[in-house]
Write a protein that binds this ligand. Sequence first.
Ligand code: ATP
Length: 271
Amino acid sequence: MFNGGCYMSQQRADTGTLVAVHGAGLAYGAHSVLDDVSLTLEPGRITTLIGPNGAGKSTLARLVLGLARPDRGRVERRPGLRVGYMPQHLQVDESLPLTVDRFLWLAAPGRTRARRDALQRTGVAHLRRRAVRGLSGGEMQRVLLARALLRKPDLLVLDEPAQGVDVAGQDALYGLLGQVRDETGCGILLISHDLHLVMARTDQVVCLHHHVCCSGTPEAVSRDPAYHRLFGPSGGMPNLAVYTHDHDHDHDLSGDPHHDHHGHTGGHHHD
Ligand SMILES: Nc1ncnc2c1ncn2[C@@H]1O[C@H](COP(=O)(O)OP(=O)(O)OP(=O)(O)O)[C@@H](O)[C@H]1O
């Protein structure tokens, strides 16, 4: 729901924006986690949110999902927005003999066909009757993506989906997400703490360290000599790209932009 009144709701509904965060600030006690953060998510566009541990990425995702409210600024959401969320961690009770099919049904009760189609789309239809607790990290990730897709989301939010997956698995996942975007036209918000390697088809990269440090588009891995050496001349990982940061400031350890007595920036540079 939009917080900006009728006029703003109408304006946003017309332009199709899924979620718009305007100058959001949020603090836990004295600890400022987000400071004047703005972000716009559009249908059919992939946004990658990167930043070091503790930068506020998951907190910003919670604002986008409507699970938290900013102390300052506002968050507008398209009326009736359907969101599919793939969490960073999921606790599955090891003692429960839960099958993949049952696991999906619990999230979205409905026809078997829909669950089969969702698993088919993420390339793991063969796992439908398997126990969730026996799945590998990469298999679980695809099941979680199928679960998010069952909601037929306008916006897919994935928190660190590449965590615990090797580079080839990350490349395959990003390829799959590109297909999902092309087929469904949904917007995608991807969260990652990898400051350099991002999904090649990302439309905008936003680097967060409590505030937005910089944003832009990634460059193909094949154009970066370091990754060229790693992946070979053909750029064997077509779905990965390099993001080059463009900061005009450094950070001290609290994440605050830092200037020395002479007006020069100093502190911990995180790119
Ligand atoms: N409910 C809470 N109460 C107090 N502090 C919190 C709460 N949630 C998050 N924080 C703090 O806010 C900061 C940002 O956390 P957040 O999880 O948003 O960062 P992140 O960028 O997603 O980090 P990571 O990459 O490690 O997952 C951290 O210092 C965290 O300890």
